[in-house]
Design a protein around this ligand. Structure first.
Ligand code: GDD
Ligand code: MG
Length: 346
C-alpha cells in the first residue's frame, strides 16, 4: 500500500510562526512535524509516500529529500494553485497508480492503529473509510454521523453549534480505493469535505468510519501546537522521535553548556549547542531548539523555543512560543500565551 500526505495549506491559523515555514514542518520536540506521520506509516510497512504540496514546496523538499534517511521513498506532487483537499489527492494519481491508499491531513498527530483501520476497510469492502475521533466541540472540524453498522450517513464540515448532534469528527486519516479518485475532477479546486464526501453519500457508495479512542490532535493553532509538545513529553503521545534520553526525563542534545547553579527539572528538551547561564531554571515542558542561550537567573517553563533564540538575564518565559532567532533582552517581560515569529526582538 502507498500513502498520501496533504501538505498544501498555508497554515494561516499558525501565524506568525508560519510566516517563514509551512506548518507541516514546524518542529515538534525538535523534529519536523511530518516526521511523526512518516514514521507512523513506515511502522505499518508503507514505504512509498506522496507529499501533495503547494505552499513553499522547496522548504519541504529540503527537509525530506528522497526520504531515504527515514527509510521511505517520497514523491512530490506539486500544485501551481491550491487544489483543495480532494483536488490535491487527485493530483497524486500518477504516483499511486490505482492502488488503495492511506491519506493523512498533514497536521494531525495521532496513534490511530492504521493496520486495524485498513483491515476494517478491506473487510467491509468500503470505497472510503474515514478515521473518526470524539471531541467536545466539533464546530472546528468535520462532523460525521454513522449508522450502527459503521456506515457513514452524514458529513458536515465546520457545523454551526446548533447542528452538532454527535461528538464524532473526521480525524483527517482516510483509506481510499482507486474508484474514489474517479469521482474527483482533475486540475480544479475540489474539497474532500464539502464536495467529495457528500458525493459518496449521495450516490450511496460504500463509505464507512473507524472510531479511534486513543491520542489525536490537530496541531493547527499555536495553543494546540504548544500542548502537543506537552503530550509528547508526558507520554500521552508515544514518541517516535529519537530523543537522547537522560535520567529524570531530561532530553539533552550534544555540546550543551550549563553554568553554575542551573536547575533542570524534567521533562524538558535541550537542543544541541545550547548555553544555559548561571542560576537559570529550565522547568517542566520547556523545549529548547538548537543553539539557544538562556541568561543568568532566567526561567523557561511550558514553552517552546525554536533554534538560535537568545534570552537575556532575569527573564521569565512561561507558556510562550518563540520562533527561530528571537532575541529577548535582559529584564524584559513576555506574557504567558505570547507567540513571537522568527527573529522578533523584545
Ligand atoms: N495540497 C494541498 N492543497 N493540501 C491542502 C490544501 C490544498 O489546497 N488545503 C488544505 N490542505 C492540507 C493542509 O495542509 C492540511 O494538512 C490538511 O490539508 C487539512 O487542511 P486544514 O486547513 O488543516 O483543515 P482543517 O483543520 O480546518 O479541517 C480538516 O481537518 C480536520 C481534522 O483536523 C478537515 O478535514 C476536517 O473535516 C477535519 O475534522
Ligand atoms: Mg487542520
Amino acid at each position: 500500500m502507498k500513502a498520501i500526505i496533504l501538505v498544501g495549506g498555508q497554515g494561516t491559523r499558525m501565524r506568525p510562526l508560519t510566516n517563514h515555514i509551512p506548518k507541516n514542518i514546524v518542529p515538534l520536540c525538535g523534529v519536523p512535524f511530518l516526521t511523526y506521520q512518516v514514521e507512523a506509516l513506515r511502522k505499518v510497512g508503507i514505504r512509498e509516500i506522496v507529499f501533495s504540496i503547494g505552499y513553499r514546496p522547496q522548504d519541504i523538499k529540503k527537509v525530506f529529500r528522497s526520504g531515504s534517511h527515514l527509510g521511505v521513498k517520497i514523491h512530490y506532487a506539486l500544485e501551481n494553485h491550491p487544489l483543495g483537499t480532494a483536488g490535491a489527492i487527485k493530483n497524486t494519481e500518477k504516483f499511486v497508480k490505482r492502488s488503495p491508499v492511506v491519506i493523512f491531513n498533514g497536521d494531525i498527530l495521532t496513534d490511530i492503529p492504521l493496520s486495524t483501520m485498513i483491515a476494517l476497510h478491506k473487510k467491509k469492502k468500503h470505497w472510503a473509510t474515514l478515521g473518526l475521533v470524539r471531541v467536545e466541540d466539533p464546530t472546528a472540524y468535520g462532523l460525521v454521523l454513522m449508522d450502527p453498522k459503521g456506515g457513514i450517513t452524514k458529513f458536515l464540515e465546520k457545523p454551526a453549534a446548533e447542528e452538532v448532534v454527535a461528538d464524532t469528527i473526521n480525524a483527517g486519516v482516510y483509506v481510499f480505493e482507486p474508484e474514489v479518485f474517479d469521482l474527483i475532477p482533475p486540475g480544479v479546486n475540489y474539497s474532500a469535505e464539502r464536495a467529495l464526501f457528500p458525493h459518496l453519500l449521495k450516490d450511496n457508495h460504500p463509505f464507512g468510519g473507524f472510531v479511534w479512542e486513543g491520542y489525536w490532535q490537530d496541531i493547527g493553532t499555536p495553543r494546540k501546537y504548544l500542548t502537543s509538545h506537552w503530550d509528547v513529553l508526558n507520554g500521552a503521545f508515544p514518541v517516535y522521535a529519537k530523543l537522547n534520553r537522560r535520567q529524570n526525563k531530561i532530553f539533552m542534545g550534544k555540546n550543551v553548556k550549563l553554568g553554575k547553579g542551573v536547575l533542570l527539572k524534567g521533562p524538558v528538551i535541550i537542543g544541541d549547542g545550547c548555553v544555559i547561564h548561571d542560576d537559570a531554571r529550565i522547568l517542566p515542558y520547556a523545549v529548547l531548539g538548537k543553539n539557544c542561550v538562556v541568561g543568568k537567573k532566567s526561567m523557561v517553563s511550558k514553552s517552546v523555543l525554536w533554534d538560535d533564540v537568545l534570552v537575556g538575564d532575569h527573564v521569565n518565559l512561561d507558556e510562550v512560543i518563540l520562533g527561530r532567532g528571537c532575541r529577548i533582552s535582559s529584564h524584559s517581560r513576555v506574557g504567558a500565551g505570547s507567540v513571537l515569529g522568527d527573529h522578533a526582538r523584545v
